[in-house]
Ligand binder design. Structure first.
Ligand code: HEC
Length: 106
């Protein structure tokens, strides 16, 4: 496609850029998988060494998962080793992690 008009070309670039942003945010489960790694969840939840793999929690409700991630001592008991993620995750990141676990946690 040839762009003769500079404004049209700029518009096309803007659309292409926003499509790229939208597709980067599109699959929250995939984003959640990356977060599970970057937020160290998998240090404890990968092999079952410290805690069960995240795939063990797929039948939890979304509300249970959110509560456990944000405030584990309240949700799971004061002796849990899991650190709280309240204030460390954006709402979108929390949703992506929950979507990832609900999608199977693999
Ligand atoms: C320092 C180790 C550690 C880290 C890091 C950690 N967890 Fe945990 N997590 C635990 C332990 C221990 C439990 C208690 C239950 C168990 O042993 O399976 C737990 C429980 C949970 C539960 C509750 C499941 C249920 O209903 O019983 C969820 C969900 C969970 N973790 C998700 C995560 C996510 C998501 C992250 C990263 C954002 C994370 N955890 C980081 C150790 C950890």
């Amino acid at each position: 496609m040839r762009m003769k008009h500079p404004i049209l070309a700029a518009l096309a670039l803007t659309l292409a850029a926003s499509a790229a942003i939208a597709s980067a945010a599109a699959p929250p489960a995939a984003e959640g998988r990356e977060l599970a790694s970057s937020q160290s969840c998998l240090m404890c939840h990968a092999s079952g060494a410290v805690a069960k793999p995240l795939s063990a929690y797929t039948s939890d409700s979304e509300a249970q998962l959110q509560a456990a991630i944000l405030d584990p001592k309240k949700a799971l008991g004061s002796s849990t080793m899991m650190p709280p993620y309240e204030g460390k995750l954006s709402a979108g990141q929390l949703a992506a992690l929950v979507a990832y676990i609900k999608a199977g946690g693999h």
